[in-house]
Design a protein around this ligand. Structure first.
Ligand SMILES: [Fe+2]
Length: 282
């Protein structure tokens, strides 16, 4: 097989390299990429310049597409399975959910299906300032916790909501749409430690996690914020500086992600697809 991988950081991130671009679109390559995403959290395809059709082909080969975002966008593209991530008001008249991604989160935690396995992003236009995406491996972060802290997390559950994920920007949302914007999604209780079918453990944390069930609100929120900070430390996280044409795939079931703030007039444009999850949370 004429694809190969190289590590970006010791505990997170790989780059895929290829001789012939056609080698990226085979079932064999998709299985190898999926395994690498699970092992290394994020796989970057430098300057691969995928078309939407090619991105969807990789999405399907790696496990199958799912749509997780409602359609507020007035997209420039026809295909509804590709979501244009942008703050451009002509395309995205309701920017709040994109603004919410300035903060550490996982995708699809408050929907009624298993969380998406992976999110896939192509950089069509980068922002002149900001707009980098950061990834934090909650597998590596969990593994690195002191044993006493791992024991203390056993059995704890957190309550997740879209409202919580927008807490930092709630007062910046126009009042006439605020209740509707923060009211979407379900309120879901998930264990903080997710024991996967593989036996490995990751953490379900990020801004959707509002509080810890059966724990006083201040103590629970302080714990959730400390876990976010722990996972975001440089050993477990990676910041990707996008170049136009870059494509990245990450394991949404074992990582938080966020974008470094950028301006709505920056022109930043990302094309996103999503791979359906197959694992219910245990
Ligand atoms: Fe996201």
């Amino acid at each position: 097989m004429a694809i190969r991988f190289e590590d970006i950081k010791p505990k997170i991130g790989s780059r895929i390299l290829w001789d012939d671009r056609a080698d990226l679109f085979t079932e064999e390559a998709a299985a190898a990429i999926r395994a690498k995403v699970e092992e290394r959290t994020v796989v970057v395809f430098p300057k691969v310049d995928l078309t939407d059709e090619e991105q969807l082909r990789i999405t399907d080969l790696m496990g199958g597409r799912i749509r997780i975002t409602g359609r507020n966008n007035v997209q420039e593209i026809e295909n509804d399975d590709v979501y244009q991530v942008t703050l451009d008001a002509k395309i995205n008249p309701q920017p709040e959910y994109v603004l919410g991604t300035f903060f550490w989160h996982m995708d699809g935690i408050t929907i009624d299906t298993p969380p998406p396995f992976a999110t896939l992003l192509s950089c069509r236009r980068k922002a002149p300032q900001g707009g980098q995406t950061e990834f934090a491996s909650t597998y590596a972060a969990y593994e690195g916790l002191p044993e006493a802290e791992k024991a203390a997390l056993e059995g704890l559950k957190a309550v997740h909501s879209v409202k919580a994920s927008l807490r930092h920007i709630e007062d910046a949302i126009p009042e006439k749409v605020r209740d509707a914007v923060i009211g979407i999604g379900l309120i879901k209780e998930h264990p903080i430690v997710w024991t996967h079918d593989s036996g490995r453990k990751s953490m379900i944390i990020g801004t959707t996690a509002d509080h810890v069930a059966n724990m006083p609100i201040p103590q629970g929120r302080a714990l959730l914020i400390r876990l976010q900070e722990w996972a975001a430390q440089p050993d477990y996280s990676y910041r990707h500086e996008w170049e136009e044409g870059d494509f990245a795939v990450w394991d949404n079931t074992g990582a938080m992600h966020r974008v470094i703030p950028y301006d709505e007039r920056s022109g930043r444009m990302m094309h996103r697809t999503t791979i359906a999850g197959t694992e219910t949370i245990n």
